[in-house]
Design a protein around this ligand. Structure first.
Ligand SMILES: Cc1cc2nc3c(=O)[nH]c(=O)nc-3n(C[C@H](O)[C@H](O)[C@H](O)COP(=O)(O)OP(=O)(O)OC[C@H]3O[C@@H](n4cnc5c(N)ncnc54)[C@H](O)[C@@H]3O)c2cc1C
Length: 1015
């Protein structure tokens, strides 16, 4: 049997990202019905549709979806309001949120229209709310009335509407309440699986709280064991770092916790099911479930269950694995077959990570086919107790057809949904159906509810189609097998493979699946292997500024000047022939370089880890960004640098051309020693310039390797000349009056020095300087933001890369009312961080770049010791700066950029968003800014007035993608144009216009021969 589990695991691996048609071919065969079966299934499903429709008076979701379609502004407004409203503590922001969400929607047209009193009551709350937030005459009198009543009426009305929505979906606020409610008439004949509501844990105390909630739930359910209820367990709630990179600590810890819960459940004789989560967690879940199933202490307990997602390409072998594990451990595993709840986010993550293919199907009908074929497998499997979780009548009818007379399985539905579908099956035909029943407070419920509604609001969803009066029964019950067979199982045409995301312009950079444990281990081993360092920077620890590019000396000493002069001479010598090459030739060199970078990715990552001390994910990001730069600038050059013919009087030809200016100097920082280095260089090259490239003195090896690859890709050696050295080489290069332009990324002080040097000599021409400098980047968080999301984004933005990104968050501005709660969660999240060797896959925060940086950061940190809100321990050996939260009385107290994992925190007052943005603007820096708010108008307001190059709303502030988020600041943060954007290349070019008189004298002879058209 061990063989069977191993075979299934191998198949799980093989199908993970296999092409969709290949995965679907066998499933299609098994899901197909013959014409007799199809007729019976259709008839049965038609009956169910009728039942469902007649149950709609109690089917709140259907009512809701019917009244507020999610593609209307009302539907969306209601959902966004529901998601945020109950967590907003302060009235001022609550009012703004209401105004924002209700303001533009037409609630009145919905009032009284629904068959459901509940929907109507909720709607009236919204109508009044809407009236109160508008500026109309009517609103003013209503407001006066309410002011007299002295009641914050609008908030109460909306709050009541939101709570009403909540009540429908929550089985009880406590487990006792929920167990009691299952005894009510509406639930007669059903059993429940109770789920503890909440987001995934972000901190260890959160995880402990969840653990205790599960324990309590088992006790409570256990006391009523005869009633047959069970519980559902979400592993991500039990560990704040349930991630592949943290496998060694989270899997054993979770196994221990699940074992304890399982032992308790066994004692009471109740069952529990482990929920299915994101696809990257599947392998870890299987390892945990496999260990639990094998425990001798749990022998004889048939209550162990797991959810399996049919939208995943690995669904079928996962079931085979469950069957094999059951056989090997002498038990039936209870498998809940679901379609899957993370479809859109999985698609997005796969695209972001540039992976080879999706782990799940891209057509809804393919998921249905997979579900049916897998349901058939489950009905046949000896060691699986099947539970079919669906609200889809066709799916249910097909399963009933295949199950025949058997009752040895159950159906499951979500509480609040699918009413009408199962009642007669349960009460008249004796089928067993379980209700998945969320337990918890309204605040936690609403995030869950919104996800459910969004999922079911999708056009392709069965529940949505049922509520859509325009859909015929035949359309709703269309055969998924026929649908998929008709397209040969191919991927959905609107969901390109990640590599084609930017097609036809260019290929996307290829990622590595770092959530594949074997792949991660392989990469880790490679980046840890010793490399021969050859380039040999002469000065690895200069007293550098933030980005390691100081040009402190007034005038360069002779050897550095000789090196610089020789480099410039070489590049000048290469200019005539390189600039004469066609745009296509130069662009093709960049495309070849991109391919070489991908071929050499492992080696380049090893260099980034060992030389620049990047963590593995950062090193991968570095290579991918460099590849994207090459392909993006190649594509931009092909489309944007071609000569353009301009209009003019007859007999004249006017053409504007974009040509290289001469020899450029590109000065790159150590924090992106490959991506920024090559970004500058390739842009200059493709525009027809030759380049002297000076990497940061800390990172010469990776630069030398990249230059070698560029030469192999066809860039002549005298078109790209490497000048390795410290600040004085940079200074000498700047002093060389023959250079044609400078692209610099580093500190503001150095950029200013460069600008002065370029103007020093009266005789030299004025040349372009593209400077990307630092920033005092702020994130503003208001009380509508989701704290879990804020905390995750703050940790990423301020501590990833040890805070050594220009875009990193430096000052967190929290609205006063939510500051304590957010800081508590943020502190807890910091406790989960691993600080250590960057080559270790589990490391979140590595060391800082050099001793100089370490000393400066530690000096600042130590000076602020009295203001520490939180810090965490770090290894003693190495340049590890402890991630630290530092309280500051006001934003203005942060005067300089501190280029490391030190985050300053201060607060702002409700209603003072405009003033707060103005204060951020007045720092003079303008690189990145973050905003977390559910108020759309807040985002618009910030967008209108913030003077920053890159504004990030409700996401982290780092990780700009070439071509999607062109990057660069303004004010003290840089000159622009933005790297990776459409306006970058022209800055490297000389624009030349030729105007030719095409007539020998006077007019244009061709005019005289024009035909008399239209006379
Ligand atoms: C009791 C119960 C427990 C659940 N537990 C879990 C769980 O542990 N983990 C989990 O992930 N989900 C879980 N779910 C959620 C479940 O996955 C969704 O509710 C379910 O997918 C809806 O399926 P349906 O058959 O009711 O609806 P249908 O409308 O027939 O199917 C909708 C589903 O199709 C899939 N889909 C939509 N568009 C596409 C597309 N373009 N390509 C491919 N597939 C697409 C999605 O999975 C979507 O949810 C559970 C559901 C129930 C009822």
């Amino acid at each position: 049997m061990a063989d069977a589990t191993a075979t299934a695991r191998a198949e799980i691996m093989r199908l993970h990202r296999a092409p969709e048609p290949e995965v679907l071919a066998p499933l299609l065969k098994d899901a197909a019905l013959d014409s007799e079966e199809r007729r019976r299934v259709e008839n049965r499903a038609l009956g169910m549709l009728a039942d469902l429709r007649s149950a709609q008076s109690s089917g709140w979701v259907n009512q809701f979806l019917q009244e507020y379609r999610l593609n209307t502004s009302e539907g969306i407004a209601l959902l966004s309001l529901a998601e945020a409203f109950l967590r907003v503590p302060d009235p001022e922001t609550a009012d703004q949120l209401i105004a924002d969400k209700l303001g533009n929607a037409d609630w009145k047209s919905h009032a009284g229209k629904s068959h459901s009193t509940l929907v109507n009551s909720a709607t009236w709350g919204l109508v009044i709310g809407r009236a109160l937030v508008s500026d109309s005459e009517q609103a003013s009198s209503l407001k006066r009335l309410i002011a007299r009543a002295g009641e914050p009426f609008v908030r109460q009305a909306v709050g009541a509407a939101m709570r009403m929505m909540g009540e429908i979906f929550v089985m009880g606020r406590t487990i006792e309440e929920a167990v009691a409610r299952m005894k009510k008439r509406e639930n007669r004949g059903f059993t429940a699986s109770f789920d503890m509501l909440g987001e995934a844990a972000r901190t260890f105390p959160d995880a402990e709280r969840y653990y205790r909630a599960y324990e309590d739930a088992i006790h409570a359910v256990g006391r009523h064991a005869k009633e047959g209820h069970s519980i559902s367990v979400k592993l991500s709630a039990l560990h704040p770092r349930y991630e592949v990179a943290q496998y060694e600590r989270c899997v054993p810890a979770l196994t221990e916790q699940v074992e304890a819960l399982a032992a308790l459940a066994k004692r009471y004789g109740i069952a529990f099911t482990i929920d299915a989560e994101e696809s990257e967690r599947l392998d870890m879940s299987l390892d945990i479930i496999g260990s639990i199933a094998g425990l001798p202490a749990l022998k004889g307990w048939d209550g162990l269950g797991m959810a399996v997602q049919a939208y995943g390409k690995r669904c079928r072998p996962t079931l085979a694995w469950a069957d094999a594990i059951g056989a090997a451990t002498g038990r039936r595993i209870a498998v809940r077959l679901v379609k899957g709840a993370y479809w859109d986010s999985e698609i997005k993550h796969t695209q972001e990570q540039g992976l080879s293919d999706y782990p799940l199907f891209t057509r809804k009908a393919a998921t249905d086919v997979s579900y049916l074929a897998c349901a058939k497998d489950m009905l046949r499997a000896k060691n699986i107790y099947p539970a079919f979780a669906t609200h889809n009548a066709l799916t249910v009818a097909t399963i009933l057809e295949w199950a025949g007379d058997s009752r040895d399985f159950e159906f499951q539905r979500l509480h609040g949904m699918g009413e009408g579908l199962y009642e007669s099956l349960v009460r008249e035909q004796g089928y067993h159906t379980r209700i998945y029943a969320p337990v918890g407070g309204h605040r936690d419920l609403l995030a869950y509810l919104v996800r459910r509604l969004l999922e079911n609001g999708a056009n392709s969803s069965f529940v949505h189609q049922l509520a859509d009066e325009r859909m015929t029964d035949a359309e709703i019950l269309a055969d998924p097998v026929a649908k998929i067979a008709s397209v040969g199982g191919t991927r959905h045409p609107s969901i390109p493979l990640p590599e084609d995301l930017f097609a036809p312009e260019r290929k996307n950079s290829e990622g590595i699946d770092l959530n594949d444990r074997q792949e991660l281990q392989r990469v880790a081993q490679f980046v840890q292997s010793p490399l021969a360092f050859r380039a040999g920077g002469e000065d690895r620890t200069p007293a550098a500024d933030g980005a390691g590019n100081v040009t402190r000396p007034q005038h360069a000493p002779d050897p550095d000047r000789r090196l610089a002069t020789a480099a410039v001479e070489r590049a000048l010598g290469g200019f005539p022939s390189w600039s004469m090459q066609s745009i296509e030739h130069r662009a093709a060199c960049l495309d070849r370089l991109a391919d070489l970078l991908e071929r050499e990715r492992d080696h380049l990552m090893a260099l980034a880890v060992q030389e620049a001390r990047k963590t593995i994910p950062d090193a991968l990001g570095e290579v991918r960004e460099a590849v994207d730069f090459c392909r993006y600038y190649a594509a931009q050059a092909r489309s944007g640098l071609q000569p353009i013919e301009l209009p003019g009087p007859t007999g004249e030809r006017n053409v504007i051309r974009m040509e290289g200016r001469g020899a450029w100097v590109c000065i790159a920082p150590w924090n992106f020693p490959l991506a920024i280095f090559l970004g500058q260089v390739t842009a200059a090259l493709v525009a027809g310039n030759t380049v002297v490239a000076k990497p940061a003195p800390q990172t010469p090896e990776i630069a030398a390797y990249a230059v070698g690859l560029a030469h192999s890709a066809g860039v002549p050696e005298d078109a790209l000349v490497l000048a390795i050295g410290g600040p004085s080489v940079g200074q000498a290069l700047m002093e060389d009056v023959r250079i044609a332009g400078v692209a610099f990324t580093g500190s503001t002080a150095t950029a200013k020095r460069i600008a002065r040097t370029l103007l020093e000599d009266d005789e030299r021409p004025i040349i372009p300087l593209i400077a990307e400098t630092g920033g005092i980047n702020a994130m503003i968080v208001d009380s509508t933001a989701l704290p879990e999301q804020v905390v995750a984004d703050v940790v990423t933005s301020s501590f990833r890369s040890a805070g050594q990104r220009c875009s990193a968050l430096r000052v967190l501005l929290l609205q006063e009312e939510i500051a304590d709660r957010t800081l508590e969660m943020l502190s807890g999240a910091m406790d989960t961080l691993v600080v250590g060797d960057p080559a270790d896959p589990k490391t979140d925060v590595g060391p800082v770049i050099d001793q100089g940086a370490y000393d400066r950061l530690m000096a600042h940190r130590n000076a602020k010791q009295n203001s520490w809100l939180k810090t965490i321990p770090v290894p003693e050996d190495g340049l590890f700066v402890p991630p630290t939260l530092i309280a500051v009385p006001e934003l203005e107290a942060v005067r300089h950029e501190h280029f490391g994992p030190l985050l300053h925190v201060t607060t702002w007052k409700a209603g003072q968003l405009p003033e707060t943005i103005a204060r951020v603007n007045s720092t003079g820096f303008g690189l990145t800014m973050g905003l977390h708010s559910r108020i759309a108008r807040a985002a618009e307001a910030v967008e209108d007035v913030a003077k920053v190059g890159n504004l990030y709303v409700n996401r982290s502030m780092i990780g700009a993608i070439v071509g999607s988020q062109p990057f660069g600041g303004e004010g003290l943060s840089g000159t622009g144009p933005k790297a990776g954007g459409p306006h970058y290349l022209p800055r490297f070019c000389a624009e030349r216009v030729t105007s030719i008189d095409t007539t020998s004298s006077g007019g244009n002879a061709t005019l005289l021969s024009l035909e008399d058209v239209g006379l």
